[in-house]
Design a protein around this ligand. Structure first.
Ligand code: CA2
Length: 144
C-alpha cells in the first residue's frame, strides 16, 4: 500500500481561483488536488486533500494523520498560520512531520503575516511558488 500524505488547507482556500489571482494564482483547490494526485502516483504516494474554514477541524485532522499513520502532512493553514497556537500545539503533539505550504510568500507581504506559528513546529516549508508550492512540498514529503 502507498504511503499516505494528508494535504490540509485552511480558511478561504476553498475560494482559490475566484479572486486575487495576482497573489494566489488562478488554479482552484480542486485543480491543485488533481496536480497532487498526478505527482503522488509517480512518487508512489497517496494524497488526501481537505479544506476547512474551521480551526478545530484542522486540529482534528492533524490528530487523525497521526492515528492513521500518515507519512507526512502538507499544511497550508491560511491566516491561521499567523494566529493559531492551537495548530502549533497540535503539530507538536504528533510525530508525523508537517510541511508548511503557502502559495504566496508571506514574508514579503504585510507585517502581520511575518509570524508563523505553524513554522515554529514544522519540519519544512515551501512558499511563494503558487500551486507549485504544494507539488514541491509533496516531493519533500516523499524524500522524508
Ligand atoms: O499564501 C498562502 O498560501 C496563504 O496561506 C494564503 C492565506 C493567507 O492568509 C496567508 O497569509 C498566506 C489566505 C488565503 C485566502 O485565499 C483566498 C482565496 C481566494 C480569494 C481570496 C483569498
Amino acid at each position: 500500500m502507498s504511503d499516505l500524505v494528508y494535504v490540509l488547507n485552511g480558511p478561504n482556500l476553498n475560494l482559490l481561483g475566484t479572486r486575487e489571482p495576482d497573489i494566489y494564482g488562478s488554479a482552484t483547490l480542486d485543480e491543485i488536488a488533481g496536480m497532487l494526485e498526478d505527482r503522488a502516483r509517480d512518487l508512489d504516494l497517496e494524497v488526501d486533500v481537505r479544506q476547512s474554514n474551521h480551526e478545530g477541524h484542522l486540529v482534528d485532522w492533524l490528530h487523525e494523520a497521526q492515528a492513521e499513520g500518515a507519512k507526512a502532512v502538507l499544511l497550508n493553514a491560511g491566516a491561521y498560520t499567523h494566529t493559531s497556537i492551537a495548530l502549533l500545539d497540535a503539530i507538536r503533539s504528533i510525530a508525523v512531520p508537517v510541511i508548511e505550504v503557502h502559495l504566496s510568500d508571506p514574508a514579503t507581504r504585510e507585517a502581520f503575516r511575518h509570524v508563523s506559528y505553524v513554522g515554529m513546529a514544522a519540519a519544512g516549508e515551501v512558499k511563494g511558488l503558487g500551486p507549485q508550492s504544494y507539488v514541491v512540498a509533496l516531493e519533500k514529503a516523499a524524500a522524508l
